[in-house]
Ligand binder design. Structure first.
Ligand SMILES: [Zn+2]
Ligand SMILES: [Zn+2]
Length: 267
């Protein structure tokens, strides 16, 4: 079985810890054939992109890793590109300056550069944040460059962790249909983010309901990633991810070669 992990964070992310080499070694130990390092490039309204991520060191070291592991592990230079609409100029400057293999487009921060994670949902009605989230996600899906949308339904996890409320995504079905249609029309995809399973939480992002909806609308491009920030989570949920994809009606999962989607059969 060809195992991959298409969403990994290293020490270069503000919330990451591990050396690239240790991530590669762990991936090989766990039988993975391919990984994408997707450190955070969160765009802020008032900061140059260099402030967020040490791109020079990261992408130089990633080139060294590609060489060092050639033939044993395919390593992709990726990024988790957060809310480019927060500062279009900086977001575009970053992409122009760093040619990447794979781009996850994510929404973390909404208004005032505030992360959906940082709201107190016991005080703030989650609908306020969620309404903004789906709107921002649509703008990202429609107007920016990316390969797959990252962890679709991102605020749901934090609402659940803080309040125990399980957000019923069907309230936002109309918006998700528009987002998925746009993704498909542009020849792009989404990821199945397995971090909830890796960390012992309830669900994947998106959940099975939305995964099936995406597939029914004609969505075919789908990557699988753990969103691991710790070595212990690298690659541990890939097989479960493949099983979920099959259950949702997919016959292939997607890998990339210099931003070109390739489809591998789900055995
Ligand atoms: Zn993220
Ligand atoms: Zn991530």
């Amino acid at each position: 079985m060809y195992l991959v992990d298409y969403h990994l964070h290293s020490k270069y992310s503000f919330d990451g810890a591990h050396e690239l080499r240790d991530i590669c070694e762990t991936a090989i130990e766990r039988g993975l054939s391919e990984i994408a390092i997707t450190d955070h490039m969160d765009i802020y309204s008032d900061k140059p992109y260099e402030y967020i991520l040490d791109c020079k060191s990261l992408y130089k070291e990633l080139e060294e890793m590609k060489e060092a592991y050639r033939g044993r592990l395919k390593v992709l230079s990726g990024v988790e590109y957060g809310q480019p609409q927060a500062n279009r100029k900086e977001a575009l400057r970053f992409l122009a300056e760093y040619p990447l293999d794979f781009i996850i487009g994510s929404i973390h921060n909404l208004w005032d550069d505030k992360d959906a994670y940082d709201y107190n949902y016991n005080e703030t009605d989650y609908h306020v944040v969620y309404d903004g989230y789906v709107e921002w996600l649509y703008t990202l899906a429609a107007e920016y460059d990316y390969d797959v949308l990252g962890h679709v339904t991102y605020p749901s996890r934090y609402v659940y962790m803080q309040t125990g409320i399980e957000v019923d995504v069907r309230q936002y079905q109309e918006q998700y249909v528009e987002i998925f249609k746009k993704v498909i029309e542009r020849g792009k995809g989404i990821e199945l983010n397995m971090s909830g399973i890796a960390r012992g939480l309830k669900d994947t992002m998106p959940d099975m309901y939305l995964l099936k909806l995406y597939r029914e609308l004609g969505g075919e491009i789908i990557t699988v990633g753990s969103d691991a920030h710790l070595l212990e989570h690298v690659g541990i949920v890939t097989k479960q991810g493949y099983e979920m994809l099959k259950e949702a009606g997919f016959r292939y999962f997607t890998v990339y070669d210099r931003r070109e989607a390739q489809f591998l059969p789900l055995e």
